[in-house]
Design a protein around this ligand. Structure first.
Ligand code: ZN
Ligand code: ZN
Length: 90
């Protein structure tokens, strides 16, 4: 009999993050902050600039990334992701 491993059920969140950013840690919080070590392919849609090496990055649970500073300013108005509109607990 073939047994399927229980780790077959991969964390969806984690897959998103791997696809969209240069971080491979699992986030347990709604926002994860880190310092970028490479230029990201996606631009920060708040300021319309690319995220470059050494920029402070905020990775939201939905997998979208922004500059830390930009998303902080955004959250003063609305605590949602600017792209997909999901609620973020800050
Ligand atoms: Zn920005
Ligand atoms: Zn999002």
């Amino acid at each position: 009999m073939t047994r399927f491993c229980c780790c077959f059920k991969k964390n969806k969140k984690n897959v998103l993050i791997r696809k969209n950013s240069n971080i491979d840690k699992i986030i347990n919080k709604d926002i994860y902050y880190y310092k970028s070590y490479k230029k990201l392919e996606d631009e920060c849609i708040i300021c319309l600039n690319y995220i470059n090496i050494d920029d402070e990055v905020a990775l939201l649970k939905c997998g979208h990334t922004y500059h830390k500073q930009c998303i902080h300013n955004w959250f003063k108005k609305k605590e949602v992701c600017p792209i997909c509109n999901i609620n973020i607990n800050i």
